[in-house]
Structures are given as C-alpha cells and as structure tokens.
Design a protein around this ligand. Structure first.
Ligand SMILES: CC(C)(COP(=O)(O)OP(=O)(O)OC[C@H]1O[C@@H](n2cnc3c(N)ncnc32)[C@H](O)[C@@H]1OP(=O)(O)O)[C@@H](O)C(=O)NCCC(=O)NCCS
Length: 150
C-alpha cells in the first residue's frame, strides 16, 4: 500500500470509492468531489494498492487556524481492515501538523460503528453529540484529537 497526494485526475476513482462506501443520500457527488480536489484549502491523500486507488481521505485547513477538519474518508470494501484507513488518518495528521494545526476535528454518524472505532483506534475522542446533524433522527459525534508533532 502506498500513499500519495490526490488530484483532479483521481476524481473518477474517488467517486467509485464513495459509491461503494455510502448510501446515495450520504455520499459526496462529483461537483463536491471536484471542489475538494481543486480548492487550495482542501488536501486529499489517496491510498493505492498495486497502483489502483483503494481509499482516500480529505483534510480542510484554513491558513492561520489551529484546527484542521477531516471532511471525508472511505476505503473500498474489499480493502478494509488492513490498516488503510488508519494510515490515511496518520498522513492527514502529519499534513495538519505541517500546516500548523494543533487539533484535528471531525463529525461522524453515531451509528457508524466502524468509523468511530477506527477514529478511536488512532486517538480521537468523542467530544459531544450533534442531534440531527445528518438530518432528522440522524445524530453525529463530534470527535477531536490533539495533533501529534511526530
Ligand atoms: C471507516 C473505514 C474508513 C475504516 O477503514 P479501514 O481501512 O477498514 O480501517 P483500518 O483497517 O485502518 O482499521 C483500524 C481499526 O479501526 C477499527 N475498525 C475498523 N473497521 C471496523 C469495524 N468494521 N468494526 C469494528 N472496528 C473496526 C479496528 O480497531 C481496526 O483495527 P483492527 O483491524 O486491527 O481491529 C471504512 O470502514 C469505510 O470506508 N467505511 C465506509 C465509509 C465511512 O464510514 N467513512 C467515514 C465517514 S466519517
């Protein structure tokens, strides 16, 4: 498995990861993914296995801010439970530290037990519940972690 910076040329592959990973109403569509891959405040890292994209994760960081936000991440189903998600998170943390962030924050559905477990496995903690964050009856956890400086 290798990690590299994602670019607009990865759009179709990342869109496939999204389709395989989220319900239609929850996934990022092509215009939004194009924005994540094009705007300078977003940084995407892709994980490849034998040269093909197996997963991706995107960080949002506004210059001068002490918090960076993980805005999206997913791993193709047949590549899960092999450490790819946590490797992507560690790389986003390294990038956040490089940009001067002191905290990493994210939101995740309270019913998304796999993602919550993964975030906890790399040191995130639940900071609170956001009722209805993803719509009626669909709550989220706010999670955060101090950025390690290696
Ligand atoms: C969440 C997700 C990215 C995890 O990716 P992954 O590559 O499987 O994660 P890792 O292999 O690095 O898992 C690291 C640890 O997280 C925990 N974990 C991951 N998936 C888990 C699951 N399904 N059930 C319980 N624990 C899980 C485990 O502690 C795991 O370590 P272990 O395999 O040694 O037990 C992946 O399941 C996914 O793409 N889900 C759909 C999209 C999604 O929910 N994205 C996050 C939105 S906020």
């Amino acid at each position: 498995m290798e990690l590299r910076k994602g670019s607009i040329g990865d759009l179709a592959d990342i869109e496939r990861v999204e389709r395989e990973s989220f319900a239609d109403a929850e996934r990022y569509d092509v215009p939004l993914l194009r924005l994540l891959l094009g705007e300078k405040e977003f940084e995407t890292v892709v994980a490849t296995v034998d040269g093909a994209i197996a997963g991706y994760a995107t960080l949002f960081h506004k210059e001068g801010c002490i918090s960076s936000r993980i805005v999206s991440m997913a791993v193709r189903p047949h590549h899960r439970r092999r450490g790819i998600g946590s490797s992507l998170l560690r790389e986003l943390e390294r990038l956040a530290a490089e940009k001067g962030a002191e905290r990493l924050v994210l939101e995740v559905g309270t019913i998304n037990l796999a993602a919550v477990a993964m975030y906890e496995s790399v040191g995130f903690r639940i900071g609170g519940v956001l009722p209805g964050y993803y719509g009626e009856g669909r709550d989220a956890y706010h999670m955060d972690k101090s950025v390690s400086r290696g």
